[in-house]
Design a protein around this ligand. Structure first.
Ligand SMILES: [Zn+2]
Length: 252
């Protein structure tokens, strides 16, 4: 499995919110062990790439905040790299921020700026590499932005599982994944705020591994294993690294 990451993501000065918390990226990466250096650093997304998912005026407005624009473009570039690696046969996790699933074409909320995951899929589609995509969003919050950005692409399905208990949640994920007839790539909005000590108070560390495994099996059945995941939420820093690592163990 490849890991997309860049030391520049540790700079927390681009925004003042929970996703930009100092130490959050270090925490997310901590499960891979000190000295883990087997990651691939992304290039920033270009404006032409951003235009696949966002309106020009919106991009120009973000550009006036240079620090935010730089970090968000790098995150988008990270997702694009993850999608390209996945397409070429390498399952990939992009450890990036700001998150993206609440970003629509001309607005964003919930600590997001550009819709990293939707952008990455739209880049692959613009290169005629994929015609369809399946997105599973396991963040505690619905990926409203992803739905909106991908709304004009009927062959892109987005799935936000919701259930009260972890047990029901896993059953729902398993049932839905096994019901998909076909897709060219599987993408995960990997938020970890449904964790039992985070906002959602639901999933355990082992549940993230189970979800990763279910997604891996679905991708292997549907599209030769082509899959990637991008970090979304996840704010309980003491266990974020263990949860990311658990998901990747199942996903790899
Ligand atoms: Zn969330």
């Amino acid at each position: 499995m490849k890991l997309v990451y860049d030391e520049r993501f540790t700079d927390s000065g681009y925004a003042d919110n929970n996703a930009a918390l100092p130490g959050r990226m270090e925490a997310a990466m901590s499960g891979f062990g000190r000295g883990y250096r087997d990651f691939v650093a992304p290039a920033s997304a270009t404006v032409n790439e951003l235009l696949l998912a966002h309106d020009k005026a919106y991009i120009e407005r973000i550009e006036t905040d240079r620090a935010r624009f730089a970090m968000a473009s790098l995150a988008a570039g990270g997702a694009i790299l993850a999608a390209q690696l996945a397409y070429s046969g390498e399952p990939t996790f992009a450890c990036i921020r700001p998150p993206g699933h609440h970003a629509s074409r001309a607005s964003a909320w919930g600590h997001c700026t550009f819709n990293n995951l939707a952008l990455a899929l739209l880049v692959l589609r613009s290169q005629k590499r994929i015609g369809s995509a399946f997105v599973i969003d396991i963040d505690q919050h619905t990926g409203d932005g992803t739905r909106k950005v991908l709304a004009t692409w009927p062959e892109a399905e987005t799935f936000n599982p919701f259930a009260e208990s972890a047990r029901d949640y896993l059953v729902l994920v398993e049932q839905h994944l096994s019901s998909i007839p076909e897709t060219d790539i599987v993408a995960v909005s990997a938020g970890f705020d449904a964790y039992r000590l985070d906002l959602g108070h639901k999933l355990d560390t082992g549940d993230f591994e189970r979800i990763g495994k279910l997604v891996r099996r679905a991708a292997q059945r549907l599209c030769g294993g082509r899959r990637f995941a991008v970090l979304e939420g996840g704010y309980y820093l003491p266990d974020l690294g263990a949860n990311v690592r658990a998901f990747c163990r199942g996903f790899a």
